[in-house]
Write a protein that binds this ligand. Structure first.
Ligand code: F3S
Length: 416
């Protein structure tokens, strides 16, 4: 790894010990990954979460020790040229009546969020920053946490970001630089797996099923999809989230959609493999079956908005719920960024959802909150995957309409 004189000076402490540590992190990570240099980064999406330690029996002192690192990071300003947004938190900051909220954790998380805002991070509090103003341009070098957003940025927007954890994204935000490796380089954006889609994909959850299947087949590679129409934003969101759930995928190519893949040849940089996997209608059905593990019909939780819902999704849900009522004992949560909810309130959609007994929940992620529930219905493959693994809930993954039908009847009635 070759550092410039300026980078070396930061490493040696010219801007203080914390930034020296950040520079060491980027340099050593780059070395391990085979990077030759650090390059300018103009866009970051960082995670500043406080795990729910107190609720799990840890002392207040432990929580304080853990969060001191995050507070220290937020005492340093974001690099002036860098747009930095913030991922979800593990609590809901403005809805303290959600029973899973732990008051001590909320207090600390709120303090960190305020410090982050003063340091220059935009408080988007979402896993889908591209829905609320962080929309990098083609070729823009980014450092994003949130694997679903990473795949979306690379594949749909043709921006460039590797998959970051907290430390890398914070260091990149403060120094405005990242090690150059992986999909930041042209040669590493070449497709590795050819997938022909013959299944008829009807809506976002079907695109999620495709991603769930393809992520597992691609592993750390780059799947190339042929035979697909142009997806809606919500369909692309589900595809990208599911790809990053079962695989270590950083990007995919949708031939004719991904800006740098106008043709199959372009997606494979000229070396198109003959071998291909075919995703058929039967594969689609089988993918739904592989994840759903419900042993009965009665449901208690319906989660939409994983990744966070767009305004269009919320408007559609509100139209469907108008004049209907969520069944007693069923929780219907739609996760969204607070900016999206504000727009939904302005247009009256949020009020319709609330009147029906549903709720638009902001700032957080239901999976990370470990919502205790018995049987959960969701239209997000990622949500179903993690809820099943992390909370032990029985899950059903289905179309948005089937989820809403389950919410108002309190029963799973199949996905017609
Ligand atoms: Fe977002 Fe949580 Fe899903 S972070 S992508 S709502 S698992």
């Amino acid at each position: 790894m070759k550092l410039t004189a300026e980078q070396r000076a930061v490493l040696e402490g010219a801007r203080g010990p914390y930034l020296a540590g950040c520079m060491r992190w980027l340099a050593e990570w780059g070395e391990v990954m085979g990077a030759r240099r650090l390059i300018r980064c103009d866009n970051t999406h960082v995670l500043l979460p406080v795990p729910n330690l107190v609720a799990r029996g840890a002392s207040a002192r432990t929580l304080e020790t853990f969060t001191e690192g995050l507070k220290e990071a937020c005492r340093h300003p974001v690099a002036p040229h860098c747009l930095a947004t913030v991922h979800t938190l593990f609590v809901t900051l403005d809805e303290l009546d959600v029973p899973e909220n732990d008051p001590a954790q909320v207090r600390v998380q709120r303090e960190i969020a305020e410090m982050a805002a003063r340091a220059g991070y935009l408080p988007t509090f979402t896993c889908a920053p591209y829905l609320v103003g962080n929309v990098p341009l083609k070729g823009e070098i980014c450092a994003w946490t949130e694997s679903s957003a990473v795949v979306y940025a690379n594949s749909i927007l043709a921006a460039r970001t590797t998959r970051h954890g907290n430390e890398g994204a914070i260091a990149a935000s403060l120094l405005g630089a990242v090690p150059e490796f992986g999909v930041l380089l042209d040669e590493n954006r070449k497709g590795t797996l050819r997938i022909q889609v013959t299944a008829g994909l009807r809506g976002p959850s079907d695109w999620g099923a495709l991603g769930y299947f393809a992520g597992s087949a691609a592993g750390l590679g780059i799947p190339v999809f042929e035979g697909l129409r142009r997806p809606s934003q919500e369909e692309a969101k589900q595809l990208c989230a599911a790809l990053a759930t079962t695989g270590g995928v950083s990007m995919c190519h949708i031939v004719g959609v991904t800006p740098e893949a106008p043709t199959l040849e372009a997606a494979f940089q000229g070396a198109v493999p003959k071998q291909r996997i075919v995703f058929t209608d039967e594969t689609l059905r089988q993918t739904y079956r592989s994840l759903s593990n419900a042993t009965g019909d009665e449901i208690d939780t319906v989660i939409l908005g994983c990744p966070h819902a767009s305004l269009a999704e919320i408007a559609r849900v509100a139209r469907w719920l108008e004049g209907r009522r969520v069944a007693g004992g069923v929780r219907l949560w739609i996760n969204a960024a607070r900016a999206t909810r504000a727009a939904a309130e302005a247009m009256g959609a949020a009020q319709v959802i609330q009147a029906a007994g549903g709720r638009i929940l902001c700032d957080t992620c239901p999976t990370n909150m470990r919502i205790p529930c018995r049987r959960l219905v969701t239209d997000g493959f990622k949500q179903a995957h993690y809820a099943r693994g992390m909370t032990g809930a029985e899950v059903i993954v289905a179309s948005t309409h089937a989820c809403l039908r389950a919410a108002i009847t309190g029963r799973w009635q199949g996905d017609a």
